[in-house]
Design a protein around this ligand. Structure first.
Ligand code: SAH
Length: 342
């Protein structure tokens, strides 16, 4: 089956050309798909014969809602979507003053092995397609009736481990005939795949890069994030500096505060030292406890924040949304898997 929805407009145009159709067909179908058509039969400006041909040869299988949890505290919605092959992924809708933001997954599971993260517990099953990433934004918007203005790639998976597909996804949601979401309204979060950060920098996209740092020293970072063992913190900061030089975009460093692991004053000082030469800000995240992990939330978030600020670093502490609904990374999928005995 052809994955028409993952194609860009140029690819779709040549697809229809091969079918002997005029090129405006591509634009018509592109618009239908990116407005959330669930079948080719809905595409009323196509001939019946063409609709049948597309139904037979192209994959169009929107995800279905497996579970949906709405936070009574702040209206955050967490979706567990079932994909056409039975796999499940999570998407979260967050309502901020600056607009509705959707947090999407980029893979089914994750192979990065971070010690604090529920998404990686059972490893990676497969990469998502570009269409499956678009669908998370599109069907969250349609189901919730909340117009989406921002996207963050911070759900299940490591987006830079699915690099080409993520770039394809960015072009699709950015397209004027698609969801038309500006690059400055999109954030991508990575555990720090340096070669891919370098490749991304060279493209000079205006998206926001978040780097999941979580520790400023190699000993600690390698302990909680296996990805660090091969390259180390120095090399990561070198890629971050280069990213800033190429794109002019400041990096946001994510730092989940873990009790007794990464919350010491000396680590704040080391972090401040690294950041002196690398414009960016630090986002402290109160750790969400994961049942399978012995790691506990830090009790020193305020002190760590002040210590950084005293050294001229801009620090924010992430506000917790959806605290009542398992809204952090991979927890809902994990629960579903355990309940189904997987
Ligand atoms: N793979 C990407 C994106 C997915 S995770 C990355 O590593 O950045 C999104 C963010 O949530 C990352 O910063 C991740 O480190 C963080 N995170 C994962 N589990 C967490 C937990 N239990 N508590 C707090 N933050 C967590």
């Amino acid at each position: 089956m052809t994955d028409l929805k993952s194609m860009d407009l140029a690819e779709m145009t040549s697809y229809f050309k091969e079918l002997g159709e005029p090129s405006f067909r591509a634009k018509q179908v592109f618009q239908w798909l990116h407005r959330g058509a669930r079948s080719f039969d809905e595409m009323s400006n196509l001939s019946k014969a063409l609709r049948e041909k597309l139904t037979q040869s192209c994959l169009l299988a929107p995800p279905t809602v497996e579970r949906k949890q709405v936070s009574a505290l702040d209206g955050t919605i967490k979706y567990l979507w079932r994909l056409h092959d039975g796999n499940c992924i999570e998407t979260v809708l967050m309502r901020y003053k600056h607009g509705n933001t959707v947090c999407i997954s980029s893979q089914v599971g994750c192979r990065m092995g971070c010690a604090f993260c529920a998404s990686t517990l059972a490893g990676k099953v497969r990469d998502l397609t570009a269409a499956e990433m678009v669908d998370q934004v599109l069907f969250t918007q349609l189901d919730s009736d909340a117009p989406i203005s921002n996207i963050v790639l911070m759900g299940i998976g490591e987006p830079l481990d699915n690099f080409d597909t993520v770039l394809r996804f960015l072009a699709l949601v950015n397209h004027p005939d698609g969801l038309n979401i500006g690059m400055r309204h999109i954030s991508l979060s990575t555990c720090g795949l340096v070669e891919q950060i370098d490749k991304l920098a060279d493209l000079r996209l205006q998206l926001t890069l978040s780097v999941s740092l979580h520790a400023p020293d190699d000993e600690t970072r390698s302990r909680i994030m296996p990805v660090n063992r091969a390259v180390g913190v120095e090399r990561l900061f070198a890629s971050c500096r280069r990213y800033f030089e190429q794109t002019g975009r400041r990096i946001s460093y994510e730092y989940a505060m873990i009790d007794g692991v990464n919350d010491h004053d000396w680590q704040a000082d080391l972090l401040a030292g690294h950041l002196k030469g690398t414009p960016g800000h630090v986002n402290l995240i109160p750790l969400n406890e994961v049942k399978e992990s012995p790691l506990k939330p830090s009790r020193r978030v305020g002190a760590f924040q002040r210590r950084l600020e005293e050294q001229g670093i801009t620090v924010t502490v992430r506000r917790k949304l959806g605290g009542d609904i398992d809204a952090s990374c991979g927890q809902l999928r994990r629960r579903q898997m355990l309940e189904q005995g997987q």
